[in-house]
Design a protein around this ligand. Structure first.
Ligand code: BES
Ligand code: MN
Ligand code: ZN
Length: 497
């Protein structure tokens, strides 16, 4: 989707998107086009149940007196309830409505409305963001393009007297580049994205100034990542850890760190998962995908901050070389882990990279992201909230706020001594799961906490957020790109100067 900006309408063609407020009150541009079309908008309102509520749409085909092939009026709801996020919703709705309508362009004119609670600049920029985010599609493997793909909406023309919109949007556009990288990584199948090929995608960030360091199995053995390596040992693909550094801040200032689970395919290993739905485990690298997309976003917009991103890339396979239930692993931290279930592998991978991260970088805050537990989907469902855990009130508050402000929402869960006990073990320092029935997301988080060395930390379980089976707020079905805008916002509001 190409988004352009201009102060006036230069060409009447394609679709025209207009806005009405609750009660059917027309915005200034909508009033203008209502008159120009002989009252077509008012007539359409009368003939439908459209009342300008947020999410409502009314469509007028071939309006007379105008060059546009159709007018679509979008409800914004009550004026005092219009926000940056509702503007994104509206932009997304315009895209969803017109993507496969046969229109190639949509012209979206709007002016200041008296008494509006947000600046026209903010409204316009977020509207544009919603448009671009919702228009993403992953269709590279369709060799026979369906008819509607040929006629996809290609251009949105934002028309407003407010010249600041374009500049404000330009920075958001760079962040969306990161969101799209995340969606691409997550959408790719596991025969295309595996540890070594994921590393190649990460190396493309060097073009934006990210420093990339790659550790292969030899180095990881030398360092002592016995936990991470055990998960990958059943796979024919070599495991890797990738370290991305964006040094946009002052030299010597401790970084904020993002750590991601990158299981490029999770069969469950010897504790094999059931067949139905297993294909979903191609996106078990979602945490690593979010970290990578965030590093791209921060680098693209040249954020004035030091950030490290670390991802653990492994494939969890059953084979004659695979780790087994009952195996005892020695992690980089020196703590030992009894493997009760080889399908609880994400935490085993994270154990080593969390420890490595805090030990090497002494970060101001360390946030890890992982599609860690099916239990989190049971708790929060799909496409609504990610669950998070933190050992630090300041980090927790800041994340919660970044969630509300970015629209990538998070919901906090508890960590306690009592829950921690549930992973105590008779033959090693801990086991890699609780009782298998109760508090599964929490015991997983307690496990991770044992590898944080008490640095300010949060774990975000994104199992229900990475992929959806239905279109959502700013995404079509498939990869959501959730998390990039959350971390971007968190970084911007708490660490940039
Ligand atoms: N990657 C899965 C968690 C998952 C499941 C994410 C479904 C998204 C959708 C993780 O590695 C896993 O298998 N967890 C197990 C843990 C259990 C064996 C203690 C789970 O949640 O069942
Ligand atoms: Mn698993
Ligand atoms: Zn997994």
């Amino acid at each position: 989707m190409n988004i352009t900006f201009s102060p006036t309408v230069t060409e009447e063609s394609g679709a025209l998107a207009l806005f009405a407020l609750e009660g059917g009150k027309l915005g200034p541009q909508a009033s203008h086009y209502n008159k120009a079309s002989g009252g077509a908008l008012e007539k359409a309102f009368k003939g439908s149940d459209f009342s300008g509520k947020a999410g409502q749409v009314v469509e007028i085909l071939a309006p007379s007196g105008l060059g546009f092939s159709r007018i679509v009026v979008f409800g914004l709801g009550a004026l005092k309830k219009v926000t940056a996020l509702s503007a994104e919703d509206t932009g997304a709705l315009i895209a969803a409505k017109l993507l496969r309508s046969g229109e190639k362009t949509v012209t979206i004119p709007f002016d200041e409305v008296e008494g509006s609670p947000i600046d026209l600049e903010v409204f316009g920029a977020h509207l544009a963001a919603g448009l671009r985010l919702r228009s993403y599609h992953f269709s590279k493997y369709l060799t026979k393009q369906p008819e509607h793909k040929k006629a996809r909406l290609e251009e949105a023309r934002i028309v407003s007297p407010e010249a600041g919109i374009e500049k404000r949007y330009a920075e958001m556009d760079l962040v969306i580049d990161g969101v799209f990288m995340t969606r691409d990584l997550i959408s790719e199948p596991a025969n295309v994205i595996y540890p070594a090929s994921f590393v190649e995608r990460i190396k493309t960030l060097e073009a934006d100034g990210v420093e990339v360091e790659i550790l292969g199995e030899k180095e990881l053995e030398k360092i002592g990542m016995g936990a991470l390596l055990a998960v990958g040992q059943g796979s024919a693909r070599e495991s890797h850890v990738a370290i991305m550094k964006w040094n946009g801040g002052k030299k010597g200032v401790a970084p904020v760190a993002f750590v991601g689970k990158g299981v490029t395919f999770d069969t469950g290993g010897i504790s094999l998962k059931p067949g139905p739905g297993m294909e979903e485990m191609k996106w078990d690298m979602g945490g690593a995908g979010i970290v990578t997309g965030t590093m791209k976003a921060l680098a693209r917009r040249k954020a004035k901050v030091n950030v490290v991103g670390i991802v653990g890339l492994v494939e969890n396979m059953p084979s004659g070389k695979a780790y087994r239930p009952g195996d005892v692993l020695t992690s980089l931290s020196g703590q030992t882990i009894e493997v009760l279930n080889t399908d609880a592998e994400g935490r085993v991978v994270l154990a080593d990279i969390l420890w490595y991260c805090q030990d090497r970088f002494k970060p101001k805050a360390m946030i890890n992201l992982a599609t860690l537990t099916g239990a989190m989907i049971v708790a929060l469902g799909r496409g609504q909230y990610a669950g998070f855990f933190s050992n630090n009130e300041k980090v927790a508050k800041a994340l919660d706020k970044a969630g509300q402000d970015s629209g990538d929402k998070v919901w906090r869960f508890p960590l306690t001594k009592e829950y921690d006990k549930l992973i105590n073990c008779d033959i090693a320092d801990m086991k890699n799961m609780g009782d298998g029935a109760n508090a599964g997301s929490i015991t997983a988080a307690q496990f991770l906490q044992r590898f944080t060395n008490d640095v300010p930390w949060a774990h975000i379980d994104v199992a229900g957020m990475v992929w959806t089976l239905r279109p959502g707020r700013l995404w079509d079905k498939g990869a959501t790109g959730y998390g990039v805008r959350l971390l971007d916002r968190y970084t911007r509001d708490n660490f940039e100067n």
